[in-house]
Design a protein around this ligand. Sequence first.
Ligand SMILES: Cc1ncc(COP(=O)(O)O)c(C=O)c1O
Ligand SMILES: N[C@@H](CCCC[NH3+])C(=O)O
Length: 415
Amino acid sequence: MMSFSRQQGELNIEGCAVSALAERFGTPLYLYSRAAIEQAWRAYDAAFADREHLICYAVKANANLAILQLLAKLGSGFDIVSGGELERVLKAGGQPQKIVFSGVGKSRAEITRALEVGILAFNVESEAELERISEIAQALGKTAAISLRVNPDVDARTHPYISTGLKDNKFGIDIHRAGAVYAHAAQLPGLNITGLDFHIGSQLTEIEPLVDALSRSLALVDRLAEQGIILEHLDIGGGLGIAYQDETPPTPAALATAIKPLLANRPQRILMEPGRAIVGEAGLLVTQVEYIKTGHRDFAIVDAAMTDLLRPALYDAWQRIETVDAGQGEARFYDIVGPVCETADVLGRERHLALAPHSLLAVFDAGAYGFAMASQYNARPRAAEVLVDGNQAHIIRHRESLESLWQGEVLLEPS
Ligand SMILES: Cc1ncc(COP(=O)(O)O)c(C=O)c1O
Ligand SMILES: N[C@@H](CCCC[NH3+])C(=O)O
């Protein structure tokens, strides 16, 4: 189904006019299409339907409770990287037995809580972490299911800030050392070795690096089997990109087709950790023009900022920006900038748009790492989030109040 369409030039999300939602909920505003999220998740699920698998949605991409709830209802598992994400998933109705826990810095409290609720597996990122998990599990009288996140040293060919599978990156255990670390794990009390995991980076537009990482990992799986360590699952991470501009990222079906020959005759259950590919294309950030400032460069100053959508400022990322209506007046090349006092506060540069004061703009493909990376810098309340389902719009996060900005802060006693 088409989640975004135009009627007489007006942008719609599912059965709702974006301008009406902006009027009702205010701007800046995140809008998500329920159908688009479900469709993306189901496409992943269908691609691997012919073998045992579990899609563990990467919560960091968009951690709104209603979105997690929607995915939990579809049967999704979850990839978490903090105790906060764990509690979000549980609150949203996610099953502990479908949670994998990644991240290089798991604290004692986080490990303890994950053991108490009984997660599917820890994706262990260092030998020191392995020892910590063993110690805590033993003290609690529990057994921790673990998989090692290996760093396969492949170039994911993506932005260096979101590349995670090179040996220079902090993530995972060097694949050449992993055999020894598995052997160590087999000696430690309180651990049950169940899997192997890798995640080489985000916004991948090519399949080869993933295939390469998988074949290197499978060679390790075979060496482990010779040592008597038999794995139950292989977690191939997330990372499939979306088409922000003119990229042609592989679909989940193409990924499945590419890796199936490698997996033939291997009994392991396949786990995946997609984030962006599930929610990225489902979201829009809607913002209103506050001022138009023309001169040496033409600026459209809008009410959304890098605090609402950080990706352009942080990675120089390009996201499509269109007017919500058909456009007003003559089109010019505008830099779309926010009100924050930073030169990097840009949503898009040199966009050819027909704008007037108060025009509404939609920033597309903002469902992943959009609201999730929002901040309150410059004392800006974070935006509202709305989930659209046909012609229904559900508020799934209220716009923050000014009071919430200083919640938890304490004034000094007058002296
Ligand atoms: C361990 C891990 N798994 C999964 C993901 C999800 O990545 P993506 O949103 O690119 O699918 C990430 C983020 O890059 C990650 O760090
Ligand atoms: N935040 C990044 C992706 C980071 C992935 C997390 N390892 C982005 O917006 O592209």
